[in-house]
Ligand binder design. Structure first.
Ligand SMILES: NC(=O)c1ccc[n+]([C@@H]2O[C@H](COP(=O)([O-])OP(=O)(O)OC[C@H]3O[C@@H](n4cnc5c(N)ncnc54)[C@H](OP(=O)(O)O)[C@@H]3O)[C@@H](O)[C@H]2O)c1
Length: 310
């Protein structure tokens, strides 16, 4: 671990894994109301907490505010400490700092919080990183935001954000990006290395490739909803990787493919935030903690993933 980590953001580097809350209320991709319901997501949340997960990621756009609303109710009902990350969506009309403050106030209200632990820009958008970070810095100063993050920023956008905040004495805490065995862009474009140099936590989203790495889907048994559109071709390609993951999981006393996928992200120095629709998935994902793939197994998985991913 790098010594460039600032004291304000050290807590994020201590978290090995979080919970993604896009599934809490989203009907479009995640079929909320069909594949899972309110009782299921409450159980997913509680099971995660019991298993030691203390970081939940949401966004104002997830379920059009529903994810934050559900999470707010869950936070109210627990006495456990939980760190919350949410996101500002840079709609093209949000060109003034006022929009960010308004969006944050609404998120805080839905979450029932006075301050968010990590506030992230969901996508780069049209407003330059310098301006977005100036707006963020004000929210930190006002005590509404504990730490600042970005998401889906490429290395140059990220460094611009980092530099702007640094001028105000504020660290860039995290960059949340897609990262899993089927998408290793951040290794190739230098983003992972740059984050390590600058003490920025990499939060890995879709760490089990939206369910495709679990092994429960095949070209004949596709995932429900819009995921099915691109899944068939991918599932055909990734069979050798899935077999290797199963074998490696067995060598660790019967770890599942999902657990191997998540452990691989952790071994690469990132914080995966798997989404879970119910208690069973949450329980299984938490089982990615407390053990480690060997460096040889990480190398084997790397090789198998390189052979199937362009
Ligand atoms: N910043 C961004 O732009 C961005 C983008 C995407 C996601 N995210 C964040 O990252 C989080 C995770 O990413 P994600 O939700 O896209 O994908 P993911 O975590 O890779 O996959 C989650 C899905 O996989 C299935 N699943 C999860 N655990 C399982 C298990 N143990 N066994 C079997 N199936 C399991 C479930 O769907 P089924 O049961 O339906 O298969 C679940 O909804 C999100 O919740 C969100 O917080 C951020």
């Amino acid at each position: 671990m790098t010594d460039t980590i600032s004291n304000e953001t050290r807590f994020l580097h201590a978290i090995e894994m979080g919970l993604g809350a896009w599934q809490f209320g989203d009907r479009v991709l995640w079929s909320f109301g069909q594949t899972h319901n309110e009782a299921d997501i409450h159980a997913a949340f509680e099971t995660s907490l019991e298993a030691g997960i203390r970081f939940v990621d949401t966004a104002e756009v997830y379920g059009m505010g529903q994810s934050e609303r559900f999470l707010g109710a869950m936070l109210k009902a627990t006495d456990q400490p939980v760190l919350i990350a949410t996101k500002f969506f840079p709609y093209p009309w949000r060109v003034h700092r006022w929009f960010m403050k308004y969006a944050l106030r609404n998120s805080l209200e839905r979450l029932g919080l006075e301050r968010v632990d990590l506030y992230q820009i969901h996508w780069p958008g049209l407003v330059p990183p310098e301006r977005l970070m100036d707006w963020m810095a004000e929210l930190v100063k006002e005590g509404l935001v504990r730490t600042v993050g970005v998401s889906n920023f490429n290395p140059s956008q990220m460094v611009r954000a980092y530099t702007t905040l640094a001028r105000r004495g504020i660290p860039l805490a995290a960059n949340q990006v897609e990262y899993h065995l089927l998408d290793r862009t951040i290794e190739k474009n230098g983003l992972l290395a740059r984050c390590n140099e600058l003490g920025i936590r990499v939060i890995a989203y879709s760490p089990i490739a939206k369910g495709l790495l679990t092994g429960k889907y095949t070209p004949e048994k596709l995932p429900p909803g819009p995921r099915a559109v691109t899944a068939a071709a991918t599932l055909t390609r990734i069979q050798p990787l899935l077999k290797l993951m199963t074998k490696i999981g067995q060598d660790h006393g019967g770890k599942t493919n999902a657990q191997v996928a998540l452990n691989w992200c952790i071994c690469k120095g990132t914080m995966p935030i798997p989404g879970a629709k119910n208690a069973e998935q949450a329980q299984q994902n938490a089982g990615a903690l407390g053990w480690k793939l060997t460096p040889e197994q990480v190398a084997e998985l790397d090789k198998a993933s390189e052979e199937i991913v362009k």
